[in-house]
Design a protein around this ligand. Structure first.
Ligand SMILES: [Zn+2]
Length: 519
């Protein structure tokens, strides 16, 4: 099976995304994970641009990566200098990587307006740089920056630029859609023509400014590119880079090519989420292949059909990429979904028994009151277990109170007290917080943690309030979702009330009950 080499630039192009800042330790963690996953090349950074990147190249050697080659990235030499004397090129070599990716200009506009040098000098800059690095026995990738825009402006010059790198014996030319503006049809046409002019292996580097980075990368492979550059989850400058998390399964599952092994492909979902976490980004549930919603079914017709044959509404089997099929609980989809959801949670519900009918009725009733279980699967699981007698009580709530005081000096103080009974012991605790819900959460967990220390390991990660019946103004009902996490799991519960504190409290209590039940 033909292999397409995957070149990851999450640690270089990816870190240029707005709102992303990776520490040295973060970068090393991601590199380790990419190596485990079987990525062929990891671009670690631009050693000439900052000391953190230089430190990365030093530290990454200690990880003794098994699969990936590490690449350092940098520019061609400056105009009218020697490559051997160029500070950036010295830094590139100092990084001591097996691979060096040198980028150069192939768009005449950039040569004259940015470098402010002659077209001829730029060709020499490319040639000299590649040739000099090659003398150090490195694998050299030449990134032809803005190649496609350059080709459209002056195709002859764009080709001359890559030929300069080829005559200096670069190992691969990577064609870049740096501005992300190309259409797949243009991509196909230009790569076809380039393939007729040169015989060096070609790679592709796409940006997502037209939401076409994945499509364009796939077209490039169809036209013979053997190397694809991109980032995990598509993070990158402006609208991001080509998303490798989509490209890899497309190559493997739909094009008969091999980007990673099929067993590694099963780690795709986990790897994507890991990188989201390290980058401190919220996980995008709608991402193809790996999103939580990628194989989630809600409409009644869909769910019915899925039960007869899973191929009816899924383009691939979810487990091939480590994801799973989910059935969402909703009034839209009725009984079948609820039964399937229960099955997914290993709870056996027989359609005809009185308990099942009771559960179905209860869910309908709660949904009418404004509850929604799609985003609160922990509440749903608790509800089923309680209805079926599979729940044991861990505590009893006697009472709680909270008060908010704004003092004359402008300070706002918030406190709460909670009284709970565990077995025969009554515990009364007080807590403070940034608001009444936070104060209640603190007081409640303080009371329970004496009996259940596991509670100290969980923390609140998200809190959302939605007004349900907005016509009623401040007397309207609110729906509150709280999300908790520990080192193994995360779970969401829901509470509904006309009183925001009570709705939050109900969701909080269920979140704790859920954790205690899971152990
Ligand atoms: Zn780029």
């Amino acid at each position: 099976m033909k292999t397409v080499k995957i070149y990851d630039t999450t640690l270089r192009d990816g870190t240029q995304a707005e709102g992303i800042s990776l520490s040295l330790n973060d970068k090393l963690k991601i590199a380790k994970r990419l190596d485990q996953f079987g990525i062929h090349y990891i671009e670690g950074g631009w050693p000439g641009s900052n000391p953190k990147d230089m430190a990365f190249f030093k530290e990454v050697k200690k990880l003794k990566l098994k699969h990936s080659k590490v690449a350092a990235f940098g520019s061609t030499r400056r105009p009218h200098t020697k490559a051997s004397e160029d500070a950036n090129i010295k830094a590139l070599l100092k990084a001591q990587t097996d691979v060096i990716t040198a980028f150069g200009k192939s768009w005449n506009l950039h040569v004259t307006d940015v470098f402010k040098t002659s077209l001829k000098e730029n060709l020499e800059m490319i040639f000299d740089t590649v040739k000099y690095i090659k003398t150090r026995r490195k694998e050299v990738i030449f990134d032809a920056e803005h190649f496609f825009d350059g080709y459209l402006a002056d195709s002859k010059y764009a080709i001359e630029a890559i030929k300069a790198a080829i005559s200096a014996k670069c190992d691969l030319v990577c064609l870049c859609d740096t501005n992300g503006g190309m259409l797949p049809s243009q991509m196909r046409d230009i790569i076809k023509r380039v393939g007729q002019e040169v015989s060096v292996p070609l790679g592709i580097h796409c940006h997502n400014d037209s939401d076409l980075a994945v499509s364009n990368s796939i077209v490039a492979v169809e036209e013979g590119c053997v190397h694809v550059q991109g980032t995990i989850n598509g993070i990158g400058e402006r609208c991001g880079n080509a998303n490798l998390v989509s490209i890899i399964p497309l190559l493997n599952l739909k094009m008969g090519l091999r980007a990673v092994s099929s067993s590694k492909l099963k780690e795709l979902t986990e790897m994507s989420r890991y990188v989201y976490e390290i980058c401190n980004l919220p996980i995008d549930h709608a991402k193809p292949f790996v999103g939580k919603s990628a194989f989630a079914h809600k409409g009644g017709v869909h769910v019915n059909a899925m039960m007869k044959n899973p191929e009816t509404y899924e383009h691939i089997k979810a487990n091939l990429v480590g994801n799973k099929t989910r059935f969402l609980v909703s009034e839209l989809s009725g009984k079948t979904n609820i039964l399937l959801k229960a099955q997914e949670l290993d709870i056996n519900l027989d359609k005809e028994t009185p308990e099942t009918k009771k559960v179905l009725f209860k869910i309908q009733d709660l949904e009418n009151q404004g509850y929604q279980f799609e985003a609160a699967e922990a509440s749903f699981e608790l509800l089923l277990k309680k209805a079926l007698g599979q729940y044991r009580s861990f505590f009893e709530i006697c009472c709680f109170s909270t008060c908010v005081e704004k003092r004359e000096d402008g300070k706002v103080l918030t406190g709460a007290t909670v009284k709970v009974k565990v077995k025969d012991k009554v515990e009364l605790t007080a807590g403070e917080g940034d608001g009444p819900v936070n104060a209640l959460d603190n007081a409640f967990r303080k009371a329970l943690s004496k009996f259940y220390p596991v509670i100290n390991k969980i923390h609140l990660v998200d809190y959302k309030v939605r007004v349900i019946d907005s016509d009623a103004g401040t007397a309207a009902k609110v729906r509150v979702f709280v999300q908790f996490r520990d080192d193994k799991d995360d779970w969401t519960t829901v509470g509904v009330s006309e009183n925001i504190i009570e709705a939050s409290w109900n969701a909080l209590v269920e979140a704790i009950e859920y954790k205690l039940l899971k152990g």
